[in-house]
Ligand binder design. Structure first.
Ligand SMILES: NC(=O)C1=CN([C@@H]2O[C@H](COP(=O)(O)OP(=O)(O)OC[C@H]3O[C@@H](n4cnc5c(N)ncnc54)[C@H](O)[C@@H]3O)[C@@H](O)[C@H]2O)C=CC1
Ligand SMILES: O=C(O)C(=O)COP(=O)(O)O
Length: 528
C-alpha cells in the first residue's frame, strides 16, 4: 500500500515534489493545522504528518492517528508536538535542526537594529508626513555588549554576526563548553553577570521547565538600565507582564518580540508600547529557509517511510538508509530475544542487560536495545513499539544496561540478553547468519541452535532417556505437527532444553500434559 502524508501547515510546495518523487502520496492542506477538530477527523488516514508551528499535535490528535508513523517538523521547535504521547504511540518525531537557523539569527539582528534606531515607529511617523527628526534619537551598536541566553545553533550564528558588528558577545548557556565559547569568540558568563552587563539581551533557548520565565520579574530587575531585549526563540521565556512594567518605568529601553506566550497573539501585554517591536513568528520566514526545511523534512520523512532510515528524530536514534538493511535482521533478532524472555518471565522485570559482541557492535545498538525492550514488553503491554519501549521501560523503573565488546567465540556477531526479575534471571543469546535469518543459540547458558517460528514450544527438563519420545508422541496424539526440533544440554544427565517449532499453537491442556512428564521443569508455548 502506498504511504500517505498529510501536510497540515504552510510548507513550501517544494516538499510535495519530493514526496511524489519518492512514491509517497501527499495531501496538501496548508490551513488545516489551525483547525484541530478537522485535523483529528482526517489524521487517521495518514502514515506521515508534516507540520510547522500552526499545527498542534496533541494527545487527542494522536489518539485518532491510528496509522501514523512519523511527524515531520519543517523547522526546529517541536514544542507544539506532544512528544511523550507520540513516543508512547510509537510515532517518530523528526525536525530539521539547521534549515532555518541562519534566517532566524538574521531576524534577531534585524530586530536589534529596529530597536536601536526605532525603525518601525520612525517609518510610520515619516509616512504619516510628520518628519519627526528630533523624536527618533537612536543608539549605536558598535562597542555594545550582546548578551545571549542560549548559544546553540542560532545563538552561535547571532554571536558571529554580532562580533562582525563589533559588539562584545557574552553568553549564558550551561551546555556551552569553554572550547566552543573560545572558538566562537564568546565570553561564557553566568546568568547574573549577563543580566548586569548586557546592553542587548537575545534569547535562543528552547522552552523547557528550566527556561520558562528565565527572564522573570526577579531576573529582569537585575538587568542594566536601558537594556533592549529580543525574543526570537519561544514565547514563555520572558514574563510578558513583568517586562511591560519595566518598559513602562523606562528601565528597559526596548523589546522586540517574534514569539509570544499565546499564539497567534491577537492581544498581548507588550502590544501598544512605543518601544516595542513585534512580528508574527516570522523568524524562519524567508524563502530560502522555507525551501530548505520543506525539502529536508520531505526527504527525511520519505526516507523513513520507504526505506526505514531515521534522521534528526527527537525520540529515536538515527539510522541511515545504508544502515537500515544491515540493521533489519538484527532488529528482528533483538525483538525475538526480548519477546522470548518476556514470555518466559513470570514476575516484574527489574533489570535488562544487553551484551553486544563482534560485528554487531558497529551497528546502531541503541536501536537494537529499543527493539529488545519492545519485544520484552510486548507480551505484557499490547501496543508498545520500538520508539516507545525505552520510555515505557523507564516509566516502570526497569534498569537498562548496554555492553559492547569484541567477539570472543564462534559467532561473528552475538547478542546476549539477560533479564532479571525479583525472583529469577533469564539469559538468551542469538545471532544472525549470512542469509539474514535470526537464530537462538543459547538459553540460560545451554547451547542450542533454533530458527524462530511463529509458534514454538520451549521445554526445560532433566537430561534423562525417554523424554523426547514421550514428548513428541504426546504432540502427535494431540494432532500438533512438528516443523523443527532443536535440543541442547549443559552436560550428560544435566539440564536440557528443547525448542520446538510447531505448525499451530499448542493448547494449554497439551502443555499441562507435557509438564507432567518425568523430569520436566518448565513448559511454555511461545509465539513470535
Ligand atoms: N522564531 C522562530 O521562527 C524560530 C525560533 N526558533 C527557536 O529558537 C530556539 C533555539 O534554536 P536552536 O539554536 O536551533 O536550538 P539549539 O538546541 O541549537 O540551541 C539551544 C541552546 O540553548 C541552550 N540551553 C538549554 N537550556 C538552557 C538554559 N536553561 N539556560 C541557558 N541555555 C540553555 C542549549 O544548551 C543550547 O545550546 C528554539 O526554541 C527554536 O524553536 C527556531 C527557529 C525559528
Ligand atoms: O523552527 C522553529 O522553531 C520555528 O519557530 C519556526 O516556526 P514556523 O515554521 O515559522 O511556524
Amino acid at each position: 500500500m502506498p504511504r500517505r502524508v498529510l501536510i497540515s501547515d504552510a510548507l513550501s510546495p517544494a516538499a510535495i515534489a519530493i514526496f511524489k518523487d519518492r512514491g509517497v502520496e501527499v495531501d496538501f492542506q496548508p490551513a488545516l493545522g489551525k483547525d484541530k477538530e478537522k485535523l483529528a477527523s482526517i489524521v487517521g488516514g495518514f502514515d506521515g504528518l508534516a507540520i510547522r508551528s500552526d499545527t498542534k499535535v496533541t494527545a487527542e490528535v494522536l489518539e485518532k492517528a491510528t496509522r501514523l508513523k512519523v511527524i515531520g517538523r519543517a523547522g526546529i521547535g517541536v514544542d507544539n508536538v506532544d512528544i511523550a504521547a507520540a513516543t508512547a504511540k510509537g510515532v517518530i518525531v523528526m525536525n530539521t535542526p539547521f534549515g532555518n537557523s541562519i534566517t532566524t539569527a538574521e531576524h534577531a539582528i534585524a530586530l536589534m537594529f529596529a530597536l536601536a534606531r526605532q525603525i518601525p515607529t520612525a517609518d510610520a511617523s515619516t509616512q504619516a508626513g510628520k518628519w519627526e527628526k528630533k523624536r527618533f534619537m537612536g543608539v549605536e551598536i558598535t562597542g555594545k555588549v550582546m548578551g545571549l541566553i542560549g548559544c546553540g545553533n542560532i545563538g552561535s550564528i547571532v554571536a558571529a554576526r554580532a562580533s562582525g558588528l563589533h559588539m562584545h558577545v557574552i553568553a549564558y548557556d550551561p551546555f556551552l563548553s569553554p572550547e566552543r565559547a573560545q572558538d566562537l569568540d564568546v565570553e561564557k558568563v553566568d546568568l547574573d553577570s549577563l543580566l548586569a552587563r548586557a546592553d542587548v539581551i537575545s534569547l535562543h533557548t528552547p522552552l523547557t521547565a528550566q527556561t520558562k520565565n528565565i527572564l522573570s520579574a526577579a531576573t529582569l530587575a537585575k538587568t542594566k538600565k536601558g537594556v533592549r531585549i529580543i525574543n526570537c526563540a519561544r514565547g514563555g521565556l520572558v514574563d510578558e507582564q513583568a517586562l511591560r512594567a519595566l518598559l513602562d518605568s523606562g528601565h528597559v529601553a526596548g523589546a522586540a518580540f517574534d514569539v509570544f506566550v499565546d499564539e497567534p497573539a491577537k492581544e498581548n501585554p507588550l502590544f501598544g508600547h512605543p518601544n516595542v517591536v513585534c512580528t508574527p513568528h516570522l523568524g524562519a520566514s524567508t524563502s530560502e529557509a522555507q525551501e530548505n526545511v520543506a525539502l529536508q523534512i520531505a526527504e527525511q520523512m520519505s526516507d523513513y517511510l520507504t526505506r526505514g532510515a531515521v534522521s534528526n528524530a527527537v525520540n529515536f536514534p538515527s539510522i541511515t538508509a545504508e544502515e537500515a538493511p544491515k540493521l533489519r535482521p538484527f532488529i528482528a533478532l533483538s525483538e525475538y530475544l526480548g519477546s522470548f524472555a518476556g514470555q518466559l518471565v513470570d514476575s516484574g522485570v527489574t533489570k535488562v542487560t544487553i551484551i553486544y559482541e563482534g560485528a554487531v557492535t558497529e551497528l546502531k545498538t541503541k536501536a537494537l536495545t529499543a527493539s529488545v525492550i519492545a519485544g520484552l514488553l510486548r507480551p505484557m503491554l499490547a501496543d508498545v513499539s520500538v520508539v516507545s519501549a525505552p520510555a515505557v521501560a523507564k516509566e516502570r523503573g526497569i534498569v537498562i544496561d548496554e555492553v559492547s565488546r569484541a567477539a570472543d567465540g564462534d559467532y561473528e556477531s552475538l547478542i546476549t540478553l539477560v533479564v532479571e526479575t525479583e525472583t529469577e534471571e533469564r539469559r538468551i543469546a542469538g545471532t544472525v547468519f549470512h542469509a539474514g535469518k535470526p537464530r537462538i543459540i543459547s538459553v540460560n547458558t545451554i547451547d542450542v541452535d533454533a530458527l524462530i517460528a511463529p509458534a514454538m514450544i520451549y521445554v526445560s527438563n532433566e537430561d534423562k532417556p525417554g523424554f523426547i519420545g514421550r514428548f513428541t508422541s504426546m504432540l502427535g496424539a494431540a494432532g500438533i505437527n512438528i516443523a523443527t526440533f532443536a535440543l541442547g544440554r549443559d552436560r550428560e544427565g544435566g539440564s536440557a532444553i528443547a525448542l520446538v517449532a510447531v505448525d499451530e499453537t499448542a493448547p494449554e491442556t497439551v502443555l499441562a500434559e507435557v509438564k507432567r512428564l518425568p523430569g520436566v521443569k518448565e513448559v511454555k508455548a511461545l509465539s513470535f
